[in-house]
Ligand binder design. Structure first.
Ligand code: F3S
Length: 753
């Protein structure tokens, strides 16, 4: 294990560290003395402190050292801006950025890409210059979708990756634990803070038998989603094993792991096997394949491991499935689908079929889909529905262009879109139906929530394998079952489509296509990060100021929020997403969804210095301009929802000191600490009712110490001052974050010393 094997073909100095991993694992084994799941082996071999770390599945918080970070272009903006504010010369861990989310599908690949490059120029210029400056690999627009690029270039068995996108688990197809995170977590790892994850439970899925005919790897996850539902994987890693694994291609395994995000799983994983080795060889990484073989014993589960839950699927009996509409866990086998369409009154005409995306655009997917399209063409038929293809990467596009599948799709009547997310994330200028008009579409994507693809809440979106998408597009109907139903050829003769067959890997190797990668230059000092001072989408962040060392007195309450206050209430999404790289602009959405206990209204609070009622962000700005710090009072589970770091950055930016609640959602609580805020909870939750919106408060910050509550003095508008106790979960290290103004300031300080 002493060999120096590079993590990938792009970076000279980043190596796979199986030696260190096996040493860490030996330490953990001697402590736990029980068989381990593969997921556990990867996580525990990446522990920051394998000797001292508490390890209990579902209970402990693990401090981990991931091998890599990956960001897509929408989430990368704020992550990199934050990282920049730390003033470090380069990222501390290997990082890549991928331009895939901002390209709108309109007329087809080349034109759409050109248009997007124009519209998003300032974002792309910023990302490409910042990547060059801070030693980050940059994949330009047109390169492909983050998860496909990671699988083709960066994923390796046994590795630990975090990515700022939910479908990062796709890399599980190469035996990597790849976990979707929020931007704040990515920044931590870029800045060399350990990354925290609650030790996941492990759900085992045992695969037996072998698939045939119209059944595809996608059907495994469609079935699992039906069993576990959208919540069933929460807090767990799904680990596949059993003899059926060997019958799947690496890219098929990636599809299954990718869509594991739909059941809420932390990630999904397959053990290292020969099919992964073949894929590594085909993508010019034979050395990694050989290295993994030498560490193979630890790249799978131990014999006798106990899973928290076990599911068994016999692939020989698995039927093709179609999931949806509106939720990915409503699973219907194809044999029952036509009935379900009738029973539920789903629109039965199929308007649009879409294949590709990060979930299903492997060479195998494309060759199988093209084989079905060719079968139809041979019978004189084309697609009846509109038909779109989004290749997952430039490499896939170039390879299917060379090998003829792309031409088949075009002959079939399809449109090949840019190598990007496109309609999967609503980047689709759809013209064929009006907003509000009920209609059906079928895709090989992963997520089909209301309005996701085209912004039309009446669109019934179904997800299935690319094979069924093509077959149903030929018929133009949701009632069509290619296993049993005949089509009429151009002469009116009936025929059954031939079940698809495809190649797992291209016989002539992959064609890399155009060079779309930008490596960091040797001389990075000379690079200037490009942010226009007049931009309304991007703004350079200054470090937050350090604590002044004093107790804070006579603070107004910006808002006493009542009831649910989620991250959506604190930092709304929708149209605001445009400003996610501009903290000052996006701060105009701060807490505008929270309900004020004083009047039961949203976004209407009293300015305590003027007595005027105004919008929450406006009042906060006024306090800030007057040099007055403020606090928020919140209810139970404040900050639940997403890991959106803006929800913590905004109150800090607008001059908040403390958020005081009955309880916090944990991730938001940590995010607040990272930004130098004080998340505090009423030691007695009933004290929430004793504080009134017009009261002033003193926060005795100087009392802050691990495990001890701090005092809040409350000065009611009319009445006697009283004291209440506030609890917190700060440890020593986190108190430094508060003192220095943020976690990043703390990292920057220690990097300088
Ligand atoms: Fe992109 Fe859709 Fe995948 S948004 S990353 S193609 S899930």
């Amino acid at each position: 294990l002493d060999k120096k094997v590079r993590q990938n073909n792009w970076e000279e100095n980043n190596f796979i560290n199986y030696k260190k991993m096996s040493e860490n694992l030996a330490i953990v084994r001697s402590r736990l003395k029980r068989p381990l799941a593969y997921a556990e082996k990867i996580l525990y071999s990446h522990l920051d402190d394998p000797h001292g770390q508490d390890i209990e599945r579902g209970v402990s918080y693990l401090k981990l050292r991931p091998d890599r970070v990956a960001c897509q272009d929408a989430t990368a903006q704020m992550a990199i801006l934050q990282f920049m504010s730390a003033g470090m010369p380069s990222v501390a861990n290997p990082t890549t950025v991928h331009c895939d989310h901002l390209i709108e599908a309109q007329v087809g690949g080349a034109k759409d890409l050109e248009r997007a490059v124009g519209i998003n120029k300032e974002v792309y210029d910023f990302l490409s210059s910042a990547c060059a400056k801070y030693n980050i690999g940059f994949w330009k627009p047109g390169s492909g979708i983050i998860h496909q690029i990671l699988l083709e270039n960066y994923a390796f068995p046994g590795g630990l990756l975090i990515g700022t996108d939910s479908h990062t688990p796709n890399a599980g197809g190469l035996g990597m634990a790849a976990i979707g995170v929020g931007g704040a977590d990515a920044v931590d790892v870029m800045a060399n803070l350990p990354w925290e994850l609650k030790a996941p439970k492990v759900i085992g899925v045992k695969l037996t038998g072998k698939m045939s005919g119209w059944t595809a790897p996608k059907d495994i996850i469609l079935k699992v989603a039906g069993i576990l539902t959208v919540k069933g994987g929460t807090g767990a890693i799904v680990e596949y094993h059993g003899p059926g694994v060997e019958t799947l291609s690496a890219t098929g395994m990636a599809t299954i792991c990718n869509m594991g995000a739909e059941i809420g799983a932390t990630t999904s994983l397959f053990p290292f096997n020969d099919r992964m080795y073949d894929y590594l060889v085909a993508t010019k990484r034979k050395e990694i394949g050989d290295f993994a073989r030498s560490y193979a014993k630890e790249l799978r589960e131990d014999e006798g491991v106990e899973y928290d839950q076990l599911i068994e699927i016999n692939l020989s009996e698995l039927e093709p499935h179609i999931n949806g509409p509106f939720t990915p866990d409503l699973a219907t086998p194809i044999s029952k689908f036509s009935e379900a369409v009738k029973a539920n009154g789903w629109p039965d005409e199929l308007k649009v079929g879409l294949i590709g995306s990060c979930t299903n655009s492997s060479y195998e997917d494309m060759t199988r889909a093209a084989a079905i399209a060719r079968d139809a063409l041979n019978h004189g038929l084309k697609t009846k529905s509109q038909f779109f293809v989004t290749p997952g990467s430039e490499q896939i596009r170039a390879t299917i262009a060379r090998d003829g599948q792309l031409k088949t799709f075009e002959e079939f009547g399809g449109v090949v879109l840019a190598n990007a997310c496109g309609p999967c994330i609503g980047q689709w200028d759809r013209q064929d139906v009006k907003k509000g008009e009920a209609n059906s579409i079928v895709s090989s994507y992963n997520r089909n929530f209301t309005g996701r693809n085209d912004g039309n809440p009446a669109t019934h979106s179904f997800v299935t394998s690319p094979d069924l998408v093509v077959a149903m597009s030929i018929a133009g109907s949701l009632h069509f079952n290619p296993l049993t139903d005949k089509l009429k050829d151009k002469d009116g003769n009936e025929f059954l489509l031939t079940p698809p067959s495809g190649d797992g890997l291209p016989a002539n190797g992959y064609d890399p296509g155009q060079d779309t990668y930008q490596a960091p230059p040797k001389d990075r000092d000379a690079v200037t990060v490009q942010v226009s001072p007049t931009s309304d989408r991007l703004q350079v962040l200054s470090p937050f100021s350090a604590w002044d060392g004093k107790d804070a007195t006579d603070l107004p309450i910006l808002i006493k929020a009542q009831g649910k206050t989620t991250t959506d209430h604190i930092s709304m999404a929708g149209p605001w997403l445009k400003y996610r790289g501009h903290l000052d602009n996006i701060s105009n959405n701060m807490l505008i969804g929270a309900i004020n206990s004083a009047n039961g209204e949203a976004n209407k609070v009293k300015n305590q210095t003027t007595g005027e009622w105004d919008a929450v962000p406006a009042v906060a700005r006024d306090y800030k301009a007057k040099g007055i710090k403020w606090v928020v009072i919140g209810d139970w589970n404040y900050g639940e929802g997403s890991s959106r770091e803006h929800a913590a950055l905004e109150p800090r930016h607008l001059g908040g000191l403390a958020i005081i609640t009955r309880s916090f959602a944990r991730i938001h609580e940590t995010n607040l600490k990272k930004q130098g805020m004080l998340p505090l909870t009423f030691s007695d939750p009933a004290d929430y009712d004793r504080v009134q919106p017009d009261d002033r408060v003193d926060i005795l910050c100087t009392e802050l110490a691990p495990g001890k509550p701090i005092t809040m003095r409350v000065h009611p508008k009319n009445g006697e001052t009283f004291e209440i106790k506030l609890s917190h979960t700060f440890n020593e290290g986190q108190i430094e974050w508060f003192k220095n103004g943020s976690a990043l300031n703390t990292m920057a300080k220690s990097a300088k010393n």
